[in-house]
Design a protein around this ligand. Sequence first.
Ligand SMILES: Nc1ncnc2c1ncn2[C@@H]1O[C@H](COP(=O)(O)OP(=O)(O)OP(=O)(O)O)[C@@H](O)[C@H]1O
Ligand SMILES: [Mg+2]
Length: 364
Amino acid sequence: MPHREKEVELIVNSLASSVGVMEGLVLIRGEPGIGKTSVAKLSSKRLESRMPGNLRVVHVNCRTYRTPTSVIQRIASSIMPGIPDRGLSYQEMTLMLEKALSKENKDLLVILDEIDYLRDGDSLVYTLLRLHEGEAPKSPTLIAIARWDPPYMMDDSIRSFMVTRMSLEKYTPEQLETIVRYRAEVGLVDGSYDDEIVKKVVELSEHTGNARVSLKILYLAARLSEEVGLSKITPDMVSEAASRIGVIGITDDYLTSLDLHDKILLLSAAKLLSSSDRSWIKMGDLLEEYKLLCEEIGVMPYKYTAVWKRVRNLRRIGILETKKSGEGMKGQTTLISLGSIPADKLSKKLKEILREELSPLPLF
Ligand SMILES: Nc1ncnc2c1ncn2[C@@H]1O[C@H](COP(=O)(O)OP(=O)(O)OP(=O)(O)O)[C@@H](O)[C@H]1O
Ligand SMILES: [Mg+2]
């Protein structure tokens, strides 16, 4: 995995031992599309190949399994199929998992992906790390993946289990170029692209630092070229693919499908962020800007609680990011950012969409 070998090695080396995998917790954090899931999967594959037949790896996406009970159910049933998927309490489910583990002669490594989505994550992580105190011979090893640092990871009770904690950074344009070139080599027919194509894909996606966006553009450009019977991808096809995917990492279709007030709220955030050089804005300022925009457009603004719900929802779908203000600010407030989405580009796009949606109202 280009540019992530060091991280993979670090995880493998800190978890491998002569008697199986070490118990404990690895935390990988960082923004979307920077290889967190891939690093976790590749590391566990390497660990598996070091101890063939002696390690079971279970990958759980917490976006799908959002409660501790459902995660434990998912893990237990991958060891012992047939465990009921409802009707059992958290305690009963945990006992089931302990029982399953006590019958198994393998170590268990659980990847808890997108752990931000998990309700009561602290309780789940704590329970899993301490399974050995019950019937299980050994606790599972955990690789937790998060976009934002879950605050409980720093609690003493959990931190003492932390083996490695790594933050991955966004890819630089040079790194994206190696990645796109590598993936083109593996995935495309020889002669169907050239270096100009690789460079163009990177040029149109480098502001995101997100490999998924680059690779989606490459993939779609290849599909589009194939559809019209070309045997080579052309630069125009790359531009077309990028505009369909949305140079901001969110497709235009997706933005268009958002509810009017979500669009206004996002536009408010984008306006505030592009007019300043800060990367975070205060919830209060966002609310003010949102009210102003609603007035300008002529719709009734929602009140604080409803707006806050929307912000949380936009965060859940990965468009906004939020964090608590730290020291140095009066009182605690929530800060909001657009993560890797460029504010000026988003603002321009949303204005276009809103103009169309609200026409013939004069706007902006
Ligand atoms: N270094 C790399 N080399 C090759 N492909 C990569 C690399 N990094 C990421 N990718 C590819 O980019 C895509 C996104 O990577 P991945 O799913 O690991 O990101 P992520 O950080 O888990 O993103 P998210 O937060 O959205 O889940 C995948 O298709 C993956 O194969
Ligand atoms: Mg991922």
